[in-house]
Design a protein around this ligand. Structure first.
Ligand code: SF4
Length: 327
């Protein structure tokens, strides 16, 4: 099978990434919660108004959309319409997916819109807008099928404070063949076949499947045991061993950070799941949120009472902690 548009960018760096993507199609609760703003703004554009109780972020997206002229200012508007890119040479399907929004402007140029969380954009997890294979594959398909001579994509990162639209250059018919070549260069994926070779690099930080990737996970334990011997041997540490120890320490810290990033990711998914679906039960215990009273700081209550400053005693802010409790 061909990689999905959302897998294209990583598949150009690493053949294992689209393979893992095809095998682990699950959408986590955390991802669903993250896309609720996308669904609010999609509903708003489809129905002509924001849903009651829409989030602040969705309101910013809506205001931006209205500033473009909204539905009235465009010839066609399609919310989450399926798009298939076919090879103009032999008609085979190269990829197929669903952009958040695509429009035909009054002059028949194409506009593809992608809503994204601003934190992903700020963390550098999105490819540059002019080289975004996912959005460019949608654009190329629409330019071909609508015989459009120009088109643009816009990524719209959002948060509670506003939107930060990232516009691409204007792509022309001459660019479409280059985009198709780029999509064709992504290798086929066989989800039932053997695990493809992993190619690690900075792109791993953009890989949503990294918690399933042995190449990413295993180095966490790999360099440590074999490099520890000179440090644990009796006697004085030789200078050469000290240099090696520094290298080992840097690798170990990087590996531990990767491990901690993964733990944080899994923790986020579990918290979102427990909040949405209730505590996770295992035998006689359950894992989920428990209210906490919150901590107070400063002088002790006793000290304040003794010094006659009991008006300074403040009740701690209640919170919530996640962990095991008895059923
Ligand atoms: S984590 Fe890196 S090496 Fe592993 S599949 Fe993803 S991109 Fe490839």
């Amino acid at each position: 099978m061909r990689p999905r548009p959302s897998s294209l960018e990583l598949s150009l760096h690493c053949t294992r990434a689209p393979w893992l993507d095809a095998r682990f199609l699950e959408r986590t609760e955390a991802a669903q919660a993250g896309s609720s703003v996308d669904s609010e703004i999609s509903t708003a554009i489809a129905t002509g108004d924001l849903p009651i109780g829409a989030s602040q972020a969705a309101r910013h997206c809506w205001d931006w959309w209205r500033s473009l002229g909204g539905v009235e200012g465009l010839a066609e508007v399609h919310v989450q319409g399926l798009i298939s890119l076919t090879d103009p040479e032999d008609g085979s399907e190269l990829t197929r997916g669903t952009p958040d929004l695509w429009c035909i402007e009054q002059d028949n140029s194409i506009l593809v819109v992608d809503w994204k969380k601003a934190e992903q954009w700020r963390a550098g997890l999105l490819p540059p807008v002019n080289q975004n294979p996912q959005l460019l594959s949608y654009l190329a398909s629409l330019m071909l099928s609508r015989r459009a001579v120009r088109g643009r994509v816009v990524v719209v990162p959002w948060d509670d404070d506003g939107v930060y639209p990232q516009w691409s250059k204007t792509f022309t018919a001459a660019d479409v063949l280059e985009i198709i070549d780029m999509v064709k260069s992504a290798p086929e994926v066989d989800p039932a076949g053997p695990e493809p070779q992993a190619t690690m690099g900075d792109h791993c930080f953009r890989c949503y499947r990294r918690r399933h990737c042995s190449a990413y996970l295993l180095p966490a334990a790999d360099p440590m045991p074999k490099a520890l011997a000179p440090l644990s041997a009796p006697g004085e540490l030789a200078r050469a061993d000290a240099v090696a120890a520094l290298v080992w320490m840097a690798e170990a810290k990087a590996a531990l950070k990767r491990g901690q990033d993964l733990v944080d990711q899994v923790d986020d998914v579990l918290r979102a799941h427990a909040l949405q679906c209730g505590p996770i039960v295992d035998g006689s215990k359950k894992w989920g949120p428990t209210p906490t009273k919150g901590r107070r700081s400063g002088p002790s209550v006793e000290e304040l009472e003794q010094s006659g400053r009991s008006e300074l005693i403040k009740i701690g802010k209640p919170g919530v902690r996640f962990g095991w409790t008895k059923l």
